[in-house]
Write a protein that binds this ligand. Structure first.
Ligand code: UD1
Ligand code: CA
Length: 487
């Protein structure tokens, strides 16, 4: 399913991703593995890392909330297979379900290593997986488990070794003796197996343990008792092995991933004023010399050009920001902001917004499905919807593009170098010609030809002496009277 790797490259024949568990500790209607970290479900992070190792086949074992999980896998990872584990009888049973599903599909395991990873370890990197499978092949072991030394190993399976350092078994927390709970080397839940050893041992698992489940971890003791070589490989970074079981671990892993992503961008030349409050999703493109201010988020579908400044307090969703543009305290969704344009503070750009080079959209302005040409400005307090604005035009403060008649949306076209007066209402469909003006406070219902001024309001009438007659003795009347006396 993936491109054939070079001969020298070692890759897994099959990777089984375990994702059938209930995830009870998340206390959620959403399947645990679908909880997002930086815009991507836990399972998505795992599958991205797994696919990077170019395995021949990948199977996700699903059970709890399986409809949601299968739908996600089919949509985002169509090359990945799924296998159903109807009852969650343990991690060993789950792997057996995966192998049965493959056999039913007529897929032969071959003799390449089989890897097993958990679907709830989003910090896993492809390098660690490749390292594990290469070590497995290089040592000629039948089973290799990826381990880590943890300061607090509570809850994890412990690696029990003999006096020579050989791996005897993995003992779960709940089954461990008090001495075994003192062991700090833990099972990450990631393994490389020789297919024969795996298939044979899976058929001999028992449920003779405190949880009454078939433990995948028992494969090691079985292989060892058969005289096969069982090996443990310590990973470099224990953070990668964090399994997410509850929301606190979800938040902790999110912070770790954020730091990892931000560090990569900083090494690539992007400035972060406060990396702890910059949330850059995997896949976001930041050019060298971009500047990310505090409290800002850039999603996977967004890009930021060189010397552009994002934030503080800005969110970019599916938005492209050109070189040298500034986006300050704004929410931008589906927008294109060209070079040296400025946005904000407090601006809302909605899908279909295109802001031309050196254009400006200022404070308290909302723009939807509109093109604002190069150098054109909408500086204050406006709504711009379904509009096309040419070059070098200025839209006065508090202008509203009235695009909705209650049933349908209509378009407004504003030409080049137009001056729309403050507080104009442009009632669509309407066109303002090149170089035209509108008078402040106008309701423009008819097209304004090029070079004309559109005036759509009553003429002002001043009624002399009105305050003195209607509100005698008030401070206003007094002020008017003293103003008169000094004239
Ligand atoms: C498991 C390991 C433990 C290891 C830890 C690492 C076993 C018996 N224990 O414990 O040694 O230190 O992972 O995080 O393997 N799952 C299924 N079907 C099942 C049971 C589980 O698909 O019947 C899946 C879960 O969805 C999860 C993964 O397997 O993705 C691990 O299961 P979990 O219950 O979280 O195991 P741990 O108790 O964490
Ligand atoms: Ca777990």
């Amino acid at each position: 399913m993936n491109a054939e790797p070079a001969d020298s490259e070692i890759r897994p024949g099959l990777v089984v991703v375990l994702a059938a568990g209930a995830g009870t500790r998340m206390k959620s209607d959403l399947a645990k593995v679908l909880h997002p970290i930086l815009g991507r479900p836990l399972l998505g992070h795992v599958l991205a890392a797994v696919l990077d190792t170019k395995p021949r086949h990948v199977v996700v074992v699903v059970g709890h909330q399986r409809e949601q999980v299968v739908e996600y896998v089919n949509r985002d990872f169509p090359q990945v297979l799924t296998a159903v584990q109807d009852e969650q009888n343990g991690t060993g049973h789950a792997v057996r379900c995966a192998l049965d599903a493959l056999a039913a599909d007529g897929i032969d395991l071959g003799d390449e290593p089989v890897m097993v990873v958990a679907g709830d370890t989003p910090l896993l990197t492809p390098a660690t997986l490749t390292d594990l499978v290469s070590t497995h092949v290089a040592t000629g072991a039948s089973v290799t488990v990826l381990t880590a030394e943890l300061v607090d190993p509570f809850g994890y399976g412990r690696i029990v070794r003999d006096d020579d350092g050989g791996v005897l078994a993995i003992v779960e927390q709940k089954d461990a003796t008090p001495e075994q709970t003192q062991i700090h080397e833990i099972n990450s839940g990631m393994f490389a197996f020789n297919p024969d050893t795996l298939v044979d041992a899976l058929n001999r698992l028992t449920t003779d343990n405190s949880q009454g489940e078939e433990y995948l971890t028992d494969v090691l003791a079985i292989a060892r008792s058969d005289g096969k070589s069982v090996s443990a490989h310590q990973g470099d970074d224990p953070d990668e092995m964090h399994g997410i079981n509850n929301r606190a671990q979800l938040a902790a892993a999110t912070a770790l991933l954020r730091d990892r992503i931000n560090a990569e961008h900083m090494l690539a030349g992007v400035t972060f004023v406060d990396p702890a409050t910059a949330w850059i999703e995997p896949g976001a493109e930041l050019a060298p010399d971009a500047l990310i201010e505090r409290n800002s988020a850039v999603d996977a579908g967004s890009s930021v050009g060189s010397r552009a400044v994002i934030g503080p307090d800005t969110t970019l969703i599916g938005t492209q920001v050109g070189a040298g543009a500034h986006v300050l305290r704004s929410h931008c969704d589906g927008a294109v902001i060209h070079e040296h344009a400025t946005v904000g503070p407090f601006t809302f750009l909605r899908p279909g917004t295109e802001l031309g080079e050196r254009g400006k959209v200022g404070a308290f302005v909302e723009v939807k499905k509109s093109t604002i040409g190069p150098g054109s400005k909408v500086p204050h307090l406006s709504y711009v919807g379904d509009a096309t604005i040419g070059e070098g035009s200025n839209i006065g403060a508090a202008t509203i593009f009235a695009n909705y008649d209650g049933e349908h949306k209509h378009a407004t076209v504003v030409g080049d170098h137009v001056r729309v007066g403050s507080d104009s209402i442009l009632v669509a469909p309407v066109r303002i010609g090149d170089g035209a003006y509108t008078a402040a406070g106008s309701v423009i219902t008819e097209d304004v030809p090029a070079g004309a001024i559109g005036i759509g309001r009553e003429r002002q009438v001043n009624v002399e002496g009105w305050v003195a007659r209607k509100h005698p003795g008030t401070s206003s009347a007094d002020a008017a009277a003293s103003s008169k006396s000094t004239e």
